[in-house]
Design a protein around this ligand. Structure first.
Ligand code: PEP
Length: 253
């Protein structure tokens, strides 16, 4: 059965000392928390803090994700980070297709597909973000947009590969804006994603895939969102930078 997951995306925030302090607080809090057996917590720091984060993770109850990976095999690509490097640093997850990378770094569905392949070839689990921008929602095109992102970014995979992928539905108009999708709006898209997975791969695989909600998720709305049938947890941006807020969201799993 699929896992319930809360993943924290720190984005390009924090200094080394601040990251160290946050990880220390998280480790202490997680030791004391009693989480459901099917719950997983993932912390996705910037690259320079990955090693420190995996050191903490080895003694704690969370797993580590990167925020990006190169679509290329190792070689002469200055400034890039390969899936092999992430694997060798004990990283288990990697965010792909985040709306900020789609908007500012030209990450297309084809690039998402290539990055997903590189991650799966190296035994890492992609967290693939999909979601519509405000204009697309206003035009009522959210189901079509998410369907295209899934089919072009992921549906080249076979069923066993798909079962290793985590999907994050992140309406772009809700990211970092304080505007959260209502539980009904989020559940509608999550159910649609699961039905597309079921049509492409069959019901058993669709039931294996964790589908996370992201977009201004916070302690005050996490429980209601996570209570929806097809919402299996959250991808958390701003609220993952404060241990108390992040832990309150984790406890809503
Ligand atoms: C994100 O960037 O993945 C995100 C969900 O951000 P926030 O929680 O800050 O809206």
């Amino acid at each position: 059965m699929r896992k319930r997951i809360v993943a924290g995306n720190w984005k390009m925030n924090l200094t080394f000392e601040e990251a160290d302090e946050l990880l220390d607080e998280l480790m202490t809090e997680l030791e004391q928390a009693s989480l459901p057996r099917d719950a997983q917590v993932v912390v996705c720091p910037p690259f320079p803090f990955l090693e420190m984060t995996t050191d903490y993770a080895n003694d704690s109850y969370f797993m580590v994700g990167a925020q990006n990976v190169s679509e290329r095999e190792p070689g002469a690509y200055t400034g890039e980070v390969s899936a092999e490097m992430l694997k060798s640093c004990d990283v288990q997850f990697c965010i792909v297709g985040h709306s900020e990378r789609r908007a500012y770094h030209g990450e297309t569905d084809a690039l998402v597909a290539a990055k997903v392949n590189r991650l799966l070839q190296n035994g890492l689990r992609p967290i693939v973000c999909v979601g519509e921008v405000l204009a697309e929602r206003e035009e009522g095109r959210q189901l079509e947009v998410v369907g295209r992102q899934l089919s072009e970014g992921l549906f080249h995979l076979d069923a066993s590969q798909m079962a290793g992928v985590v999907v994050a539905y992140e309406p772009v108009w809700a990211i970092g804006t304080g505007k959260t999708a209502t539980p009904a709006q989020a559940q509608e898209i999550h159910a649609h994603i699961r039905s597309l997975l079921a049509s492409r791969y069959g019901d058993a695989t669709a039931q294996e895939v964790s589908i996370l909600y992201g977009g201004s998720c916070k302690p005050s709305n996490a429980a209601e969102l996570f209570g929806c049938a097809d919402i299996d947890g959250g991808l958390i941006g701003g609220a993952s930078l404060k241990a108390a807020d992040f832990m309150a969201i984790v406890k809503a799993l």
